[in-house]
Write a protein that binds this ligand. Structure first.
Ligand code: BDR
Ligand code: CA
Length: 309
């Protein structure tokens, strides 16, 4: 089993990442840390507790981390995820409480106590991971690898050049991409292949368990806003691709690239400059996902959500 820490900003697709991580037999979820991103930290933390409750998360700490990006002013994605950050379903009072530790300290504690076998899975802005690396630099050598959702080698989604998670904290992303540990990048190039079509939603809803029904409710709202904002007929389900890679990397084709985050461009701030053709001669610091086995990916999601009763 692969030990992971899920660092997220839920967020509809983050919620699905947690649904998969909590139950997949190949994943050993050691901690959940929350960051500001799709909404303010107060809201993403609340959403994390709601989803943790829905999936019956027990014995796994959930901790709130950084509420602001390192340098830039805060940006949120309420056009996609709504005022709560997880609009659509109605949640009761959460039964899971926040761990008293700061999310950054939880990341540090888990890594320092580990044998170097924990994979970090960030699905939001990279503020928590960057601050953890700066607060306790010794964690770097203990990170097995980082499998993150963020960036793009083609087009952005928050600006023409940049993807939201990287744009929301480019300096943090720079810290992560230069940390020297193996990185797998699930950028928009990959996640735009993971289109959650109506037949997919129907198939999962038909599983009938409460988590599958929650998935369908989340996707109803997400489908609407992705259509309004981008014109997508079906929304790209970005974040769950990270968990899927950890559980079954054969679903993906990746390509080694040197990835550098643009920190000074006026129009390109937060772009992941991916050296697709190796023209800089800089060694690769990331495996960038290029191709998804789409039918097998949806089988993976469906079969994993079928494990809930
Ligand atoms: C990323 O931004 C967020 O809105 C999603 O949760 C995903 O992590 C996609 O750009
Ligand atoms: Ca996210």
């Amino acid at each position: 089993r692969e030990k992971i820490i899920l660092d997220m900003d839920p967020g509809h697709d983050d919620a699905v990442a947690l649904m998969l991580a909590r139950i997949h037999p190949r994943i050993d979820l050691r901690g959940v840390t929350v960051v500001a991103g799709n909404q303010t930290l107060e809201k993403t933390a609340r959403n994390a507790l709601n989803v943790a409750t829905a999936v019956g998360l027990k014995g796994v700490p959930v901790a709130a981390g950084m509420s602001r990006p390192l340098v830039r002013e805060q940006v949120i994605a309420d056009d996609i995820h709504g005022v709560t950050g997880l609009d659509g379903p109605v949640f009761g009072e959460p039964e899971v409480a926040l761990d008293p530790r700061h999310g950054v300290d939880l990341i540090i504690d888990l890594l320092m106590a580990s044998d170097g076998d924990i994979t970090l899975v960030p699905t939001g802005p990279l503020t928590n991971v960057a601050v953890a690396l700066r607060k306790e630099p010794r964690i770097a050598e203990r990170i097995r690898r980082i499998v993150l959702m963020g960036g793009a080698y083609q087009l952005g989604n928050i600006t023409p050049a940049a993807e939201f998670n990287i744009y929301a904290d480019p300096e943090a992303a720079h810290v992560v991409f230069t940390c020297g540990r193996p990185i797998v990048m699930m950028g928009l190039d990959l996640t735009r292949q993971a289109l959650c079509t109506r037949p997919v939603v129907q198939r999962i809803r038909a599983l009938g368990n409460p988590v599958a029904v929650l998935f369908a409710e989340l996707m109803e709202f997400f489908t609407k806003t992705q259509k309004e904002v981008f014109g997508w007929e079906a929304p790209p389900l970005h974040d769950p691709t990270t968990v899927a890679w950890v559980a079954d990397p054969t679903l993906f084709e990746t390509k080694p690239m040197h990835v550098e985050v643009e920190l000074r461009g006026e129009k390109t701030y937060g772009r992941t400059c991916c050296d697709f053709y190796g023209i800089t001669g800089n060694g690769a610091n990331a495996e960038v996902a290029v191709k998804l086995d789409v039918p097998r990916f949806w089988d993976f999601v469906t079969e994993t959500l079928a494990l809930y009763s």
